[in-house]
Design a protein around this ligand. Structure first.
Ligand code: ATP
Ligand code: MG
Length: 130
């Protein structure tokens, strides 16, 4: 979806259906972000939460949205099993596709994962298209 606020409503429903507690921190209404970048962020959020539902066995998923005139950041955290093996990250197309789309708008994706703390995705994009 194109709009991040609408996407947060959809992911809330997705997580609710999967009985995963949802926490949203920050303003999902983006004030500085160009539509193309917002579109990439919305798709990234959707894929991140779909992964939480499909793979994590988490009980909590927290989304943190931070925006400044310069850049937009989204963190998606779960308290699940973590990505089981290093090669797992390159197995599907979801994370790879997300990374490529983010890089296309000069953004970045970082994945942190452990058995103890679950998985955290850091998504960061500048608001100005170079
Ligand atoms: P696709 O996204 O193409 O439908 P996929 O979800 O398996 O398939 P990716 O989204 O690229 O592929 O994720 C790669 C792998 O990383 C997953 O198969 C899964 O093993 C692991 N993974 C991703 N996100 C999580 C998560 N939140 N918790 C645990 N494992 C995860
Ligand atoms: Mg996926």
């Amino acid at each position: 979806g194109a709009n991040l606020q609408e996407e947060t409503i959809r992911v809330r429903q997705l997580l609710e259906a999967a009985q995963i507690e949802f926490e949203l921190e920050g303003d999902a209404e983006l004030h500085h972000t160009p539509p193309l970048v917002e579109n990439v962020l919305s798709m990234s959020l959707k894929e991140a939460v779909t992964n939480v539902v499909k793979h994590s066995k988490a009980t909590i998923c927290r989304i943190i949205i931070q925006q400044s005139p310069k850049e937009t950041k989204i963190t998606v955290e779960d308290n699940g099993t973590g990505v089981s093996k290093e090669r797992d990250v390159t197995q599907g197309h979801g994370l790879q596709g997300m990374k490529e789309r983010l890089e296309f708008v000069n953004g970045s994706l970082e994945v942190y994962s452990s058995k103890e703390n679950g998985t955290t995705l850091h998504i960061e994009v500048p608001n100005v298209i170079q």
